[in-house]
Design a protein around this ligand. Structure first.
Ligand SMILES: Nc1ncnc2c1ncn2[C@@H]1O[C@H](COP(=O)(O)OP(=O)(O)OP(=O)(O)O)[C@@H](O)[C@H]1O
Length: 265
């Protein structure tokens, strides 16, 4: 059921008010390959969820459902009280303005300064006045503690700074939820810590809820309120990072033993 003006809820009962993302029995396949086989995952407002799992298990496929980049074959995708999977493309686009997605790599245009990169993004998505855009850009750069980089080019920034600028660009429209796909990949441990602590700071000061995919154990330890381990198309374990780590599921044991040996989650 798609309402013209009212919330898009279909016939199922909505999740409680404090649950901002609720995936219910989500299935997804590509051709003969089934990737998600009934994923259930809920995220509470103002918390950081982390999705763990082996390579190619479907972590990115899962998060792309939350931002409406993929549609489930079966199941329900509740985001901020509405069914994303039942929305028209226009309704979904409107909803997306409340969601931020920090892609792996968080690509910035090399030929543009930090300011121009952010302006480009705002020009495409909003019809704000120039001074309003400038204010938003400066506020977001301050949020990631990098206002001084405004006129620099990406080549002049460190890997960690580039990630933080990517994050500033995601923050600019004041999203309620941010999805992070490998936010610390390729960074040295000091930068991993800085970026991870920034994610926590945004949760605490702005109340931003998030879902992060990470292979990085240090990042997971800093970010995670609730961890979800994806295996064979379903969430095989959920809980605090320690609870998931202590699970006696053999695949989880293998996963964490491997990561402890290599310092990666
Ligand atoms: N649009 C698509 N069309 C066809 N197959 C896809 C598509 N998107 C993802 N897949 C397949 O789905 C599977 C899961 O991919 P996904 O990127 O979600 O894994 P992942 O768990 O995020 O892996 P990694 O940790 O290595 O990034 C892969 O086999 C991938 O090839």
């Amino acid at each position: 059921m798609v309402g013209e003006d009212g919330p898009v809820t279909g016939n199922s009962p909505p999740p409680p008010e404090n649950v901002v993302v609720d995936l219910r029995d989500v299935h997804k396949g590509f051709g003969p390959k089934t990737i998600l086989k009934g994923v259930n995952l809920a995220v509470e407002r103002g918390t950081s969820a982390v999705v763990l799992g082996g390579s190619g298990t479907g972590k990115s496929v899962l998060t792309k459902h939350v931002v409406g980049l993929l549609q489930p074959d079966k199941g329900e995708v509740w985001v901020l009280g509405e069914r994303l999977d039942l929305m028209t493309p226009e309704q979904r686009d409107r909803k997306r303005t409340r969601l931020g997605y920090l892609f792996q790599g968080g690509a910035l245009f090399d030929s543009m300064t930090v300011y121009e990169n952010m302006r480009f993004f705002l020009d495409r998505l909003t019809t704000l006045r120039r001074d309003e855009k400038d204010d938003l850009i400066m506020e977001s750069l301050e949020d990631v503690n990098l206002p001084q980089t405004r006129d620099q080019y990406p080549a002049e920034l460190s890997g960690g700074q580039k990630k933080r600028i990517g994050l500033a660009r995601t923050l600019i429209l004041r999203p309620d939820i941010i999805l992070y796909d490998e936010p610390t990949t390729g960074l040295d441990p000091v930068s991993v810590r800085v970026v991870s602590e920034l994610i926590v700071q945004l949760r605490d000061t702005r109340g931003i809820s998030s879902i992060a995919i990470t292979h990085d154990l240090l990042a997971a330890e800093i970010i995670t309120d609730k961890a979800h381990f994806l295996h064979d198309g379903v969430i095989a374990a959920s809980g605090t990072l320690d609870e998931v780590r202590r699970s006696d599921h053999p695949v989880l044991q293998e996963f964490f033993q491997g990561t402890e040996a290599y310092g990666q989650a």
